[in-house]
Design a protein around this ligand. Structure first.
Ligand code: XMP
Length: 310
């Protein structure tokens, strides 16, 4: 049986012993994994830690502000880095899912490398968990935050990596978050992938497509918030379909709604969402987003699908 109190005590000792007097940066996206490990390392080394939030332009509406404020409220020093242009530039022209993931990873780590150099830090903390490593090593997909386990030496980016949660699965991470008394907004937060909306825009990512997806995501999250789901989100397709708006034929965008139940993300079940909710979501998405003409629902479990589309 996992004991979060013992885990925290042991981790604090290990982190202190490894870091000594060096400076440390923590890549924090605001998700439960990265916020929990940022808070854990902060408990161990206090002011020697700087949390870094990289705004890649791929986050959900209001997310950058939420993350920066949450960290500040926890008493953690935080640096906001606006890298939106660079990320869109990196993703430009890339249509293959794995190529996009690798491009995201490369930009993410090289940007962090720049910041770590400026901040004179030796270590990077990141919230990799066991499921991330398992899927990347098995070749299911390239999780953006898995390096050493697939033979990439992080020293090429100029730092060493600390991953305090790498042996835990999601339910245990939440137990650690509660043990650290993080707000429920963090400990119970819905999982969200590191490469963010880039893997929910199928095919090439552009800022215009991200804007469409941000609106659809907000609608799905609002309309499904009372469901006990593991993840609830929208996906924007790369192809188009015919529809009718204002009495005219429109060749427009397609959005898929995905709501899944899961414990640890290794397997998942498509949730049976009440039809009235789906109807409302479809009407809102096609009504509030001018370019969208069609709204679909994904009813596939994992396996054979994965939770994300890319
Ligand atoms: P899949 O799509 O593999 O997702 O069924 C399993 C869980 O992992 C999340 N996910 C990621 N998280 N970096 C992350 O930090 C990634 O590259 C990544 N890809 C998928 C996904 O949202 C789900 O919770």
């Amino acid at each position: 049986m996992f004991d979060s109190r013992i885990f925290v005590e042991k981790s604090l000792d290990e982190i202190k012993a490894r870091v000594k007097d060096e400076r440390v940066a923590s890549a924090c996206s605001g998700g439960v994994d990265s916020t929990t490990c940022t808070a854990l390392v902060h408990s161990a080394i206090g002011k020697k830690l700087l949390a870094v939030f990289i705004d890649d332009g791929l986050r959900r509406e209001g997310e950058p502000e939420f993350v920066v404020n949450t960290l500040k409220n926890l008493g953690i020093k935080v640096r906001y880095v606006d890298a939106k242009k660079e990320f869109f530039e990196t993703l430009k022209g890339k249509t293959d899912a794995e190529e996009k993931r690798k491009a995201f990873r490369e930009k993410f780590y090289s940007k962090l490398g720049e910041i770590i150099k400026q901040e004179n830090a030796r270590f990077l903390v990141q919230g990799t968990i066991a499921a991330d490593i398992k899927e990347t090593v098995q070749g299911i997909k390239t999780q953006h935050n898995v390096l050493e386990q697939i033979g990439i030496d992080p020293k090429i980016y100029g730092y060493e990596i600390i991953e305090p949660l790498k042996e835990l699965y999601k339910p245990e991470v939440r137990m650690v978050a509660r043990e650290l008394r993080l707000p429920a907004e963090v400990s119970e937060r819905m999982p969200f992938p590191g490469p963010a909306l880039s893997i929910r825009v199928l095919g090439e990512v552009t800022s215009e497509k991200i804007e469409i997806l941000k609106k659809a995501t907000k609608i799905v999250e609002e309309e499904t918030k009372d469901l006990d789901a593991f993840q609830r989100f929208a996906v924007l397709h790369s192809d188009k379909a015919t529809g009718m708006k204002g009495g005219k034929r429109v060749y427009g965008n397609i959005i898929t709604v995905r709501v899944v139940e899961s414990k640890d993300a290794i397997t998942a079940k498509a949730m049976q969402v009440p039809y009235e909710k789906l109807d409302k979501i479809s009407k809102r998405i096609t009504g509030e987003i001018p370019s969208v003409v069609r709204c679909l629902v994904d009813v596939t479990d994992k396996p054979p699908a994965t939770i994300e589309f890319e």
